[in-house]
Design a protein around this ligand. Sequence first.
Ligand SMILES: [Zn+2]
Length: 449
Amino acid sequence: MNKKLNNILLLPKRIVTSDAQNRILKNHAVDISDGIISAFIPFEKVREEKYDEVYDAGHLTLIPGFVQTHVHLSQTLFRGLAEDLPLLDWLRLKIFPFENEHNKESLQVTTQLSINELLMGGTTTILDMGTLRHGEVVLSEMISSGIRGFSGKCLIDINDLYPDFKSSLKVEIKDILSLAQNFHNSAEGRIKYSFSPRFVLSCTEELLKETKEIMKDFPGSIYHTHSSESVDEINEVRRRFNKENIEYFDSIGVLDDHSVLAHCVHTSDNERKMLKDRNTRIAHCPSANLKLGSGIAPIPEYLKAGISVTLGADGAPCNNNLSIFNEMRLASLIQKPIHGAETMDAKTIFRMATIEGAKALHLQDEIGSIEVGKKADLVLIDLDSCSNSYTDSDSAVYSDIVFSSTTENVKSVMVDGGWVVKERESLIYDQREIISKGKEELKKLLKRL
Ligand SMILES: [Zn+2]
């Protein structure tokens, strides 16, 4: 990761804070000391000689780094290789066989490609699902890349869809204990462990329950799984357990405020009440839900009920990219024909991708907004490009970010006060190199199939 300077001063055109008042500041510099936002200083009071670096960001807007609460770093190598399939076939025919063939080299390069794409697109914090083997490769790469987030071994001890891709209860428990001990709160707390049962159909009840028990020894860790994504999946859950997916999770005691459930497209009234009562968090992945034909999650109802909803791109093969901008845009637009044009306004969506994401991961005291005392996970974005609005008022700021921007508008990114992307250049990876390494490893992996 780029060497951190102790003291940086940023001078943006404006600062969209995402704080409790949604303040937008103008003519203010941001003082960053030892990775922490330490002051907002009016331009006329700035004393430049105090700083290791003074960065005049000109017409760029400063926003908090984005938070994605559901991604699969291990799958990025498989982009474009699993098209036009519904969830269970997509897993059975493509994704499980592919993930099953990962070795350490292919897993490392897919992680590098993913983190590169996420950081270049302004995402600075992730909750990753991991994969079945070599979890240490993903966590080590997250540490060295400079990104913030959670990952862990993806847990599978039954697999009717693709029986080769599974482990045993005993091995799974042994592995998560050692990984969590080695990696939880590593890199000065930037990397945390997430306990990641793949989904209800791939885990025994013992595995789901024991994992939740173990988690109690690792405060600040997250229980991360998929739930209620497709109709075929919930039909199978009903057949096996005679319950709805979330009812089953609740009956075995794995839902609480440190549980993040990806998708929740198909839920009953009773399940929504459970989500609310348990304060369980939902990771909404609109691109993946559309592409796999899973459906449209009832997000406005969840928000109305006071359930936490955040955003994630899911895996590259069901999206096909990792852009938070696509997820923000779709999260709003897909609801409007159903619930009316006034629903899911741009400000609400922007908060879901920043401070609400941080809250879902219990990181709201550290990140998610631009406030004094928080870590400097920041993005400089160009909202004066030819595809943005032409007004100088702040009224269009949120729609400019959510509806008009793409990852191309992201110019520079820092995590913990260290630059990871500067003026569209990655300071972490040689992009040509990781692409060519990725192609090479993919070729080898496909030969192993
Ligand atoms: Zn997923």
